[in-house]
Design a protein around this ligand. Structure first.
Ligand code: WTA
Length: 652
């Protein structure tokens, strides 16, 4: 692990108490209530979470709470209970008399709008479940989903959960190689996709990427294609089927399968510090309970709320909040297919006005883009339906927080900065907006039931004001249980760095009020626009290019994206650096992984600085990428070999 820069310089003193009218109708109405709730949740966690679990529907209610085998890093919650996610997202509300309430509103980028009530969603999900069964999908089978933002992607995910199939959603921006890797890793036999999707006015041909990926995946036997754009696609006889044809004949009545709380719900891949993405496995019970409660309390949801989380369903935020958290709470969730600046940068604000969105959840990178586009766009909208705002994905700079608060929230809406991860499944640090005063740039305090700490590598707590590693002391219900097919890596990554605690990979500090301030990753993960990318993944892609000998990727500060990717490469003998090769390598990485991984700059060097043990000295490269020089060092920048010699042992 690289040595983290744990000197914190940010000092923000503004404090925003919850607005009085907001607090008056909130689920948690003041700080004392939060403290009492928190105290109870950590002193009697089983009782606290059992109380939350009882708000959901179980076929067999659990007696058990946490079951933690520390030696094996095995976590189970509610293990004797059985339930079903789609049942809790849909049937429970229909049975409760809210069948006619709108579950889902979708707006396509070209402007079409579709709405589905809970009753309609029930029929669609039932049909899709029957269709999957007819294709031979059984409980425990993995199904890959590579779709755009459509009601059908939600239907597909819910249908998997209904029959106990494990979905593996692959973000629509990933390239064929990345799709193939994920399909192969989880051994998916069925793929759900669509012809294409619209993004900033152009069509992204999703089916074509699937076709290319599947050349490497001979065990995939069925591909179901939802027709979104109507563009012609190649259909392979015997393998490819049209969604509308399969759904037309499918039985809409398909009772939800009672599933064990610890049966797998889905796999979602994320980047780590090696070249191979990790398939995090989430299970039914704990994930349902914690996504339900966090959505309810952090966005303070009430039955008539209209919730819009702008994340793509292909990321954990899309899973936990666009879909499962919102629907379990029985509120309307909005899905928008396209780009925030199509046809112009006012699109999001028009969407909020048109659909009367009350809770809005987006990412700092988007907020910074809106700031750059200027206040005219939000000011042209009413935005009067909004009650609460949220942010996630990376540390939010106080300036962006303030802009969000004043330009979008009009000074009226609390802003919830939510810290969590693919691995945590749900919010870990976040304000309860009626109860916890906010400070711009801070994710504030732990959610009930969560026991975070800031420690040294040895696990010793660090004093307030000092940076350290953010760990969680005890398992919480929605923690990922393992890495698909590789429990040893799970143990190594999350439970071995700081013995006895869950290691997040993030640095943070706490202020004198106990508020948490996130400081970014301390490992070799780069956060580009809130998307995690492992440096090793990018490096592996680069060295696969015939002219590249070695490569090192590092993150550098970027005004809009948070971080941008800088790569240093050495070339094979005979290859010459050139502007064309530089462009070729940038496109190469985009083609191998996806355009979100396209490096901002590519630098050709004679050698990479290394320790005696052969480890690349990333700290030097980071300084070079960030400042254009290595501070305090007089060695010529090009002379990496000499530099490495001088610094031998520095980071062994
Ligand atoms: C970063 C996204 C600061 C962090 C839900 C974390 C944040 C990684 C915040 C997880 C936040 C996410 N403040 N940093 N509010 N939210 N991060 O798995 O580095 O895509 O470890 O999950 O994003 O990214 P992931």
């Amino acid at each position: 692990m690289a040595s983290p820069n744990l000197t914190s310089s940010l000092r923000e003193t503004r404090v925003f108490p919850p607005p009085a009218e907001f607090a008056a109708r909130a689920h948690v109405q003041n700080f004392a209530q939060y403290q009492a709730l928190y105290q109870q949740s950590v002193s009697e966690p089983d009782r606290f979470w059992a109380g939350v679990a009882r708000e959901l529907h179980w076929f067999h209610a659990p007696e058990q709470g946490l079951d933690w085998d520390q030696a094996a890093s095995r976590v189970r919650w509610f293990a004797d209970g059985t339930l079903n996610m789609s049942d809790n997202c849909i049937d429970r509300h229909v049975a409760g008399g809210r069948g006619e309430h709108t579950a889902l509103v979708w707006e396509g980028e070209p402007g079409e709008v579709r709405a589905l009530s809970f009753r309609e969603l029930l029929l669609e999900v039932g049909r899709c479940s029957s269709m999957l069964r007819a294709l031979g999908v059984a409980k425990g089978d993995r199904v890959a989903i590579y779709m755009g933002t459509t009601p059908e992607v939600a239907i597909a995910m819910l249908a998997c959960t209904r029959i106990g199939a494990v979905h593996s959603v692959v973000f629509g921006g990933f390239a064929p190689q990345a799709i193939a890797d994920r399909i192969l890793d989880a051994d998916c036999r069925v793929v759900l996709t669509q012809d294409g999707t619209y993004r900033r006015g152009t069509e992204i041909p999703l089916k074509r990427s699937v076709d290319e990926a599947l050349r490497q995946c001979p065990s995939v036997r069925s591909v179901v294609v939802f027709r979104r754009t109507g563009s012609p696609v190649a259909m392979e006889p015997g393998r490819d089927l049209w969604w509308h044809e399969q759904m037309a004949g499918a039985e809409p009545l398909c009772p939800p399968e009672p599933l064990g709380a610890e049966d797998p719900l889905f796999i979602l891949y994320t980047s780590g510090t090696t070249g191979k993405p990790k398939g995090l496995v989430h299970t039914n019970g704990g994930y349902a309970v914690q996504t339900y409660l966090t959505t309810r309390l952090v966005f303070d949801l009430h039955p008539d709320d209209i919730f819009w989380c702008t994340a793509d369903v292909g990321w954990i935020t899309g899973h936990s909040y666009v879909l499962y958290g919102a629907l379990q709470n029985g509120v309307t969730t909005l899905l928008y297919e396209g780009a925030p600046n199509c046809p112009d940068p006012g699109r999001f604000w028009q969407l909020i006005d048109r659909h009367r969105v009350t809770a809005f959840y987006t990412a700092p990178t988007a907020i910074r883009a809106f700031m750059q586009w200027g206040p005219g766009y939000p000011r042209a909208a009413r935005l009067d339906s909004l009650r609460v705002l949220g942010t996630v994905g990376e540390p939010i700079n106080p300036e962006a927080w303030m802009w969000y608060h004043s330009e979008i929230g009009r000074g009226r809406c609390p802003v919830a900065d939510t810290w969590w991860q693919t691995e945590t499944g749900a919010h870990m640090l976040a304000p309860l907006p009626g109860a916890i005063p906010t400070k711009p740039g801070s994710a504030t305090l732990p959610f009930p039931g969560i026991v975070p700490a800031i420690v040294t590598k040895a696990g010793e707590p660090v004093p307030a004001g000092h940076g350290g590693l953010l760990v969680i002391r005890k398992p919480w219900p929605s923690i990922a249980r393992t890495i698909w097919g590789d429990h040893a890596r799970y143990v190594q990554t999350y439970w071995a760095e700081v013995p006895g605690s869950y290691f997040s990979g993030d640095g943070a500090r706490q202020d004198d009020d106990g508020y948490f301030w996130l400081m970014g990753r301390v490992d070799d993960v780069i956060n580009v626009s809130g998307h995690r990318l492992g440096t090793m993944e990018i490096e592996s892609a680069l060295v696969a290019h015939p002219r590249v000998a070695e490569a090192a990727a590092v993150g550098k500060t970027h005004q809009l994206k948070g971080q941008a990717i800088s790569v240093f490469v050495t070339l094979e003998a005979g290859a010459r650096p050139s502007p064309e090769l530089r462009e070729e390598l940038r496109s190469w990485v985009a083609r191998e992984i996806g355009s979100l991984a396209r490096p901002d700059d590519v630098r050709f060097v004679q050698a990479l600085p290394k320790t005696r043990s052969g480890k690349i000295m990333r700290r030097l490269l980071r300084e070079l990428a960030e400042h254009g020089e290595i501070k305090g060092d007089t060695t010529t920048l090009e002379d990496f070999a000499g530099l490495a010699k001088m610094r031998e042992g520095d980071e062994a």
